[in-house]
Design a protein around this ligand. Structure first.
Ligand code: SF4
Length: 147
């Protein structure tokens, strides 16, 4: 594991967060989603939101897209003052789903990668933007902040 640096990206962000950008699209089956990583991240501005709206048909962007944004650090319940505990829980609870490093446009700033290294990337393609309402008990537990 390497020490986190300043200016990290959260790879499991909400669309209204500062610096929001789309870096992946969910593919695969609903019970086994897989992220298709984009060649480059796209700023999630009003123009992109308007372009996506017809395709989303009322579905929350976080259900079909992977969105990165500026890490909010102490304003986020997953940050313990030093590191992202969500990444800790994902690495501990979920198995790898790929054997090679996925191509990823945000790796150079990704907080999870900076803290966990390649092991978190091997698990990342199964992650939708986690929330405590997930139907999957393991995902739900991994998504639940410690406080
Ligand atoms: S964990 Fe790895 S694959 Fe996932 S967003 Fe970060 S750098 Fe990309």
């Amino acid at each position: 594991m390497t020490a986190p640096q300043q200016g990290h990206s959260c790879p499991s962000a909400q669309p209204d967060m500062e610096g929001a950008r789309v870096f992946g699209v969910l593919t695969g089956e609903p019970e086994a989603p897989r992220v298709g990583y984009l060649e480059r991240a796209l700023e999630l501005d009003t123009a992109l939101e308007a372009a996506l709206a017809p395709a989303l048909e009322g579905v929350a962007p976080t259900q079909v897209l992977r969105i990165a944004a500026n890490c909010e650090e102490k304003r986020c319940g997953n940050f313990n003052g030093v590191r992202c505990t969500l990444a800790d829980r994902i690495r501990a609870a979920l198995p790898p789903v790929v054997a090679q490093l996925p191509p990823c446009a945000i790796r150079s700033t990704c907080r999870w990668y900076a803290e966990q290294g390649r092991e978190i990337c091997f698990r990342c393609p199964q992650i939708t933007t986690l929330n405590v309402g997930s139907d999957d008990a393991v995902l739900r537990e991994a998504a639940t902040p410690p406080h």
